[in-house]
Design a binder for this molecule. Sequence first.
Ligand code: FAD
Length: 318
Amino acid sequence: MTKVIDIINKKKAPFASFELVPPLKGSDISKLYNAIEPLMEFAPPFINITYHRDEIEYRQKPDGTFEKAILTKRPGSVAIAAAIMKRFPVEVVPHLICGGASKYQLENDLIDLNFLDIQNVVALRGDAIPGQKYFVPEPDGHRYSCELVKQIHNMNRGIYLDETLTNAVHTNFCIGVAAYPEKHYEAPNIDIDIENLKQKVEAGADYIVTQMFFDNKKFYGFVEKCRAAGISVPIIPGLKPISTRTHIEMLPRAFSIDLPQDLMNEIRKCKDNQEIYQIGIEWCTSQSKDLLAHGAPAIHYYTMGKADNIREILKRAF
Ligand code: FAD
């Protein structure tokens, strides 16, 4: 087991890491393996697996009344992480979210991960469930990700929720947290968002991974502000190539980010998704090369289970 922070500190050359989503309920795990296999050529030291909280759907019954259904669309993050580590020579970094879980459930998930010798996690808050305007923590849950970071950091010191436990095993988790070069959508301004990010680091986060961005200047400005605020842990930039026309509307709305005018001008010239796909590869390659030239220790790619464009970008940039 190697911690992500040690990988970052010890690697002589910058590297790529990837983020994948668990397969939809009822799908075969081989789909996920097929998405990982072509990326192994680039020897990623770690792969992240996202976590998806339950969703609520109201289904109409034949008599016209509605029935509430709780859906776990992408279950199995912990088991998937273990399965990937068994199959590929790679560390796996499962994401854990506060949304929908009590701190007791989170503790049990962390105990499972520790038993499986998975000692890298990304600690997140998660979003409100669809239909809910604001994020509402569970009773006995965490409101902010820094509280989850603190919980994990405590377990690393043998402090569990049950204070009567004595001589409890000290876990050894390396903790990543999220950050937003263009500000988290709920934060009143970027400076306050960075103050809140600093709290996560002070609670025990070892490194930071950013939300995707399409203008490197925003990332550089963000890193500068973080350093000025006293955040000294590594900050890994996150990138995603645009691949379809729907991304143009979907990405700004879903992730509260801007698409630069130069990129939009290029996309507007495209006749179809095939041309947009190529522009996405070129844009992401040039972002990657520029980040590497500016000394990024690593680049984290949001693959969404699609390897071909990412492979092309890596071949050109690394
Ligand atoms: P937090 O750090 O809790 O921040 C949320 C908001 O609260 C921010 O506006 C922040 O400024 C503010 N805040 C934070 N701490 C405090 C405090 N102490 N006091 C007052 N305000 C505070 N979502 C998933 O559901 N599953 C995933 O696997 C997943 N992976 C992700 C990976 C990355 C790299 C990123 C960037 C995001 C990911 N997300 C994932 C999305 C994430 O859950 C959402 O963006 C969520 O809205 C915020 O999560 P967070 O951990 O940044 O929250």
